[in-house]
Design a protein around this ligand. Structure first.
Ligand code: BGC
Length: 371
């Protein structure tokens, strides 16, 4: 993993440059706009057949948005859509994918629950020449995966780490500051990037003693949260607070996403009376944006699921046309069977300063959604 992270860091600059050239949004340079117009025309002509879309769960807000965006955009492009949610149960997802294959889907878009558990249905898909796009999370060890569409998830972690460095002024302040760490489900390959990106920024400060993790829980396995569950994050935070923070100040909690940040916040509200810590997150889920406005969460990372869907639908079109899809990273994402050509969308840090512009003005939420 370390090697891979290094590779990704060295690719970081190139990726940023490419992203600014091939912006994930429709507002880009003249060149990017032209390309999009052309794809739009082809889309209407080529959109035929059924596409299976497998999403992990309805329990977390973002997958509902991902699923709805994918369904709408694929249908607008002319495809029939079989959209399924698997209640975070890998066995359910396996049988849903089997049904998509037997139900004549021509292509599958899969956001996996456990990136290692889909070997059998994906082998069938490959035998039947049904291409698979790995959506948001990389599916490991399957040569059925033709493309990967996601956000730059290493950058998500890095931005969370940099936010903490900035807010605590770790370069100049004497410290030490107390920090706790929460990441996500160990079966989700993205966790390696969120945790890796943040820890590459923060580990030097832990090593120098400026950041102190009083619980002693630092390793990925120790700070993982099964199913990205809010309740499990809350229970772990309860235990950490009662064993370590009865008479200590907690300065910061690195949370990889909003569902874990919500659990941490709930626990702090019930058990902690000290000065409120910095809390990071990701996704800009509605309860977390509300918490941000109420001063209970410091930041989140916005991943515009409309844009990821848009990019994925372009991939679907290109594959259906028998052509090659647009990608912007053909080096970093090896799923164990080789490098998977990838399109990375750009994540954005959201705070009190820019949430209106990013979330309301862009039409992602209405004012009422986050009141
Ligand atoms: C996604 C995050 C999300 C998490 C939990 C990850 O794979 O990239 O956006 O917060 O899963 O659903």
């Amino acid at each position: 993993m370390k090697k891979r992270m290094k590779k990704i860091i060295s690719l970081g600059v190139a990726t940023v440059m490419m992203l600014s050239l091939v912006a994930c949004s429709s507002s880009g340079s003249g060149g990017a706009d032209k390309k999009e117009d052309k794809t739009t025309t082809e889309k209407t002509e080529s959109g035929t057949g059924k596409v299976g879309v497998a999403m992990p769960t309805k329990d977390l807000q973002r997958w509902n948005q991902d699923g709805e965006n994918m369904k709408k955009q694929l249908e607008d492009a002319g495809y029939e859509v079989d959209l399924q949610y698997a209640s975070n149960d890998p066995a359910t997802q396996v049988s849903q994918i089997e049904n998509m294959i037997s139900g004549s889907c021509k292509l599958l878009v899969i956001a996996s629950i456990d990136g290692d558990s889909l070997g059998t249905p994906l082998a069938t898909a490959e035998e039947e020449n049904i291409p698979v796009i790995s959506y948001d999370r990389l599916i490991m060890n399957s040569s059925a995966i033709k493309y990967y569409a996601t956000f730059d998830n290493y950058l998500v972690g890095q931005k969370q780490g940099e936010y903490i460095v900035d807010k605590l002024d770790l370069e100049n302040a004497a410290g030490p500051f107390n920090m706790e760490i929460f990441t996500g489900d160990p079966g989700d390959n993205n966790v390696n990037f969120f945790y890796g990106g943040a820890m590459d920024v923060l580990q030097p400060y832990i090593d120098s003693g400026k950041l102190v993790v009083q619980s002693g829980q630092v390793k990925k396995e120790e700070v993982a949260t099964a199913d990205w569950s809010t309740e499990k994050a809350q229970a772990r935070m309860d235990a950490i607070l009662s064993s370590n923070y009865a008479d200590k100040k907690l300065d910061v909690v690195l949370c990889s996403n909003d569902s874990t940040a919500l659990g941490v916040t709930n626990s702090l509200e019930a058990n902690y009376t000290g000065e409120w810590p910095i809390i990071t997150g990701q996704d800009c889920d509605k309860p977390n944006v509300k918490n941000m406005i109420a001063g209970k969460q410091s930041m989140s990372v916005f991943k515009d699921t409309r844009k990821l869907a848009e990019q994925t639908v372009k991939m679907v079109d290109a594959i259906m046309d028998g052509g090659e899809a647009e990608t912007n990273d053909d080096k970093s994402y090896d799923n164990g069977t080789g490098v998977i050509p990838t399109y990375l969308c750009d994540p954005t840090v959201v705070t009190l300063d820019n949430y209106k512009e990013m979330l309301i003005d862009s039409g992602y939420y209405t004012e009422a959604d986050i009141k």
